[in-house]
Design a binder for this molecule. Structure first.
Ligand code: SF4
Length: 97
Protein backbone atom coordinates (compact mmCIF):
# COMPACT_ATOMS: atom_id res chain seq x y z
CA UNK A 1 0.00 0.00 0.00
CA UNK A 2 1.38 3.41 -0.99
CA UNK A 3 1.92 5.92 1.80
CA UNK A 4 -0.68 8.66 2.03
CA UNK A 5 2.05 11.27 1.62
CA UNK A 6 5.45 11.18 0.08
CA UNK A 7 7.35 12.71 2.96
CA UNK A 8 10.71 13.00 1.21
CA UNK A 9 10.03 16.73 0.99
CA UNK A 10 10.72 16.93 4.73
CA UNK A 11 14.38 16.42 3.94
CA UNK A 12 14.42 19.65 1.94
CA UNK A 13 12.56 21.72 4.54
CA UNK A 14 14.20 25.07 5.27
CA UNK A 15 13.02 24.82 8.89
CA UNK A 16 15.16 21.80 9.69
CA UNK A 17 17.74 22.63 12.32
CA UNK A 18 18.11 25.36 14.91
CA UNK A 19 15.13 27.43 13.74
CA UNK A 20 12.55 24.68 14.34
CA UNK A 21 11.45 26.32 17.59
CA UNK A 22 10.03 29.27 15.64
CA UNK A 23 7.27 27.18 14.14
CA UNK A 24 5.38 26.18 17.27
CA UNK A 25 4.20 28.10 20.30
CA UNK A 26 6.42 27.54 23.33
CA UNK A 27 5.11 25.60 26.32
CA UNK A 28 5.45 28.72 28.47
CA UNK A 29 3.25 31.82 28.20
CA UNK A 30 3.99 33.86 25.09
CA UNK A 31 3.03 37.53 24.91
CA UNK A 32 1.24 38.76 21.81
CA UNK A 33 4.27 40.75 20.58
CA UNK A 34 6.57 37.76 21.14
CA UNK A 35 4.20 35.55 19.19
CA UNK A 36 3.99 38.07 16.34
CA UNK A 37 7.79 38.29 16.18
CA UNK A 38 8.22 34.50 16.27
CA UNK A 39 5.61 33.97 13.55
CA UNK A 40 7.13 36.68 11.37
CA UNK A 41 10.55 35.04 11.62
CA UNK A 42 9.07 31.60 10.84
CA UNK A 43 7.26 32.98 7.80
CA UNK A 44 10.53 34.46 6.57
CA UNK A 45 12.00 30.96 6.64
CA UNK A 46 8.96 29.58 4.82
CA UNK A 47 9.26 32.29 2.15
CA UNK A 48 12.61 30.87 1.06
CA UNK A 49 11.63 27.20 1.41
CA UNK A 50 11.58 25.07 -1.73
CA UNK A 51 8.90 22.70 -0.43
CA UNK A 52 6.38 25.26 0.75
CA UNK A 53 3.54 23.95 -1.43
CA UNK A 54 4.00 20.35 -0.30
CA UNK A 55 4.16 21.46 3.31
CA UNK A 56 1.01 23.54 3.14
CA UNK A 57 -0.84 20.81 1.24
CA UNK A 58 -0.04 18.25 3.91
CA UNK A 59 -1.08 20.59 6.72
CA UNK A 60 -4.34 21.46 5.01
CA UNK A 61 -5.23 17.89 4.08
CA UNK A 62 -4.60 16.62 7.60
CA UNK A 63 -6.15 19.66 9.32
CA UNK A 64 -2.92 20.12 11.21
CA UNK A 65 -4.01 22.01 14.34
CA UNK A 66 -0.68 23.41 15.49
CA UNK A 67 2.21 25.42 14.17
CA UNK A 68 3.22 27.24 11.04
CA UNK A 69 3.18 25.11 7.93
CA UNK A 70 3.71 26.35 4.40
CA UNK A 71 3.93 29.91 5.65
CA UNK A 72 0.53 29.88 7.33
CA UNK A 73 -0.38 29.89 11.00
CA UNK A 74 -3.01 27.53 12.38
CA UNK A 75 -5.60 30.33 12.49
CA UNK A 76 -4.85 31.32 8.87
CA UNK A 77 -5.29 27.70 7.76
CA UNK A 78 -8.51 27.44 9.76
CA UNK A 79 -9.91 30.50 7.96
CA UNK A 80 -9.11 28.89 4.59
CA UNK A 81 -10.88 25.68 5.68
CA UNK A 82 -13.94 27.63 6.82
CA UNK A 83 -14.04 29.64 3.59
CA UNK A 84 -13.78 26.43 1.55
CA UNK A 85 -16.57 24.83 3.56
CA UNK A 86 -18.72 27.91 3.08
CA UNK A 87 -18.00 27.91 -0.67
CA UNK A 88 -18.87 24.21 -0.90
CA UNK A 89 -22.27 24.93 0.64
CA UNK A 90 -22.91 27.52 -2.08
CA UNK A 91 -21.84 25.28 -4.95
CA UNK A 92 -24.90 23.97 -6.78
CA UNK A 93 -25.22 20.23 -7.07
CA UNK A 94 -24.55 19.12 -10.67
CA UNK A 95 -27.79 18.34 -12.46
CA UNK A 96 -28.01 15.97 -15.41
CA UNK A 97 -31.04 15.05 -17.48
S1 SF4 B 1 7.23 25.79 4.26
FE1 SF4 B 1 7.95 26.48 6.26
S2 SF4 B 1 7.16 24.99 7.74
FE2 SF4 B 1 7.03 24.08 5.71
S3 SF4 B 1 8.87 22.90 5.43
FE3 SF4 B 1 9.26 24.91 4.58
S4 SF4 B 1 10.13 26.12 6.19
FE4 SF4 B 1 9.23 24.32 7.15
Amino acid sequence: MAPLFNESWHLRAACRGPETHLFFAPSRFERRDERARRERRAKEVCARCSVRDECLMQAMSTSEPFGIWGGQTESERRRVHLAAAEAAKLTPVPFSV
